[in-house]
Design a protein around this ligand. Sequence first.
Ligand code: CP3
Length: 345
Amino acid sequence: MTYPFLEACHGRPTEYTPIWIMRQAGRYLEEYREVQKTADFMTVCKTPELTVEVTLQPVRILGVDAAILFSDILTPIEKMGMKVQFLKGKGPVLEPAITSMQAVDKLGVPDPEDDLGFVLESIRILRRELEGKVPLIGFCGAPFTLACYMIEGETSKDYSDAKRLMFQAPHVYSALLEKITETVSVYADAQIKAGAQAIQFFDTWAGLLSRADYQAYALPYVKRAIAYVRERHPDTPIVYYINGSATILDLMQSAGSSVIGLDWRHDLDTAWKQLGEGTVVQGNLDPCTLFLPQDELRKRVKDVLDRAAGRPGHIFNLGHGILPPTPRENAIALVQMVHEMSRRK
Ligand code: CP3
């Protein structure tokens, strides 16, 4: 059984361009909101039966070419020893924020089987459910982005507290990053062992760093996590996504992933040329184009596909996660458009 998504990850030609959507399970689907009425977000993440149900929703409803495990990049952080809550209207809140060496010393590195067994169990069930349909993507946060949340304790526009700690207490910062790197390395490895057929590292906030600071404070850690996974699973594709990678694209590539996840600010063709045409790319439609009327949306989809020019090694996706107010019919139409318009004659 070959799957277009995995073929494309390996840079091999496919009958049509495969597509999945970052945050494809979520509030824009009424079926997801139904589940949310009975269980809050963390409960859904920790109950394999519910995790499986919401993971499968976009596969059923949209016909995407891959499923992504329903969880959050902050799930393992709770098991490192922080209190993690998702508050309505505020987003994630992590307590107490990490600002000292004592706080870092108290953090543990979770054992995936013992502490995150619910994730691995969900993966095992999903693999059975998805057999012969679509492959399953596992994921984690990249170390820098997780550190941003752990240091700030909440969502921020510029993560200046995280950068302050990085500059004022570099030994605390690096001790924290070491622990996070170990956590995500063994967690990604365990997800693949449980059955995940690809892994995505989300480095949402790395685009806030200058080139020099990305190189000093983010890249070494994500590079190590990727190498850890690659060494143990040489055939499993690793996708690396940054939101806002235009100024650091060459450095991002040096992290060593199999696939580069591009945000929407890039022209796909220009970025692809810069990376080298043998590179595999994922992206990069602006999530807000899903608010356009469908004829306008179609032009935007065509633009991305024209820039990819039918070359193997393109996975269609949005340039960031799909937004809660997105009309579901436009998400459904997007998947159909990509399949139709990219079908090789
Ligand atoms: O893609 C998928 O469908 C899988 C599920 C998934 C979620 N979060 C579910 C979620 C994935 C891959 C993530 C990754 C994630 N989580 C990222 C990286 C991607 C990105 O968006 O940049 C980040 C930064 C987070 C942290 C996070 N989780 C924030 C900032 C929030 C609050 C903002 C929001 O959208 O509400 C969350 C909560 C969250 N994670 C929700 C979902 C579906 C919404 C919670 C709910 O449904 O009540």
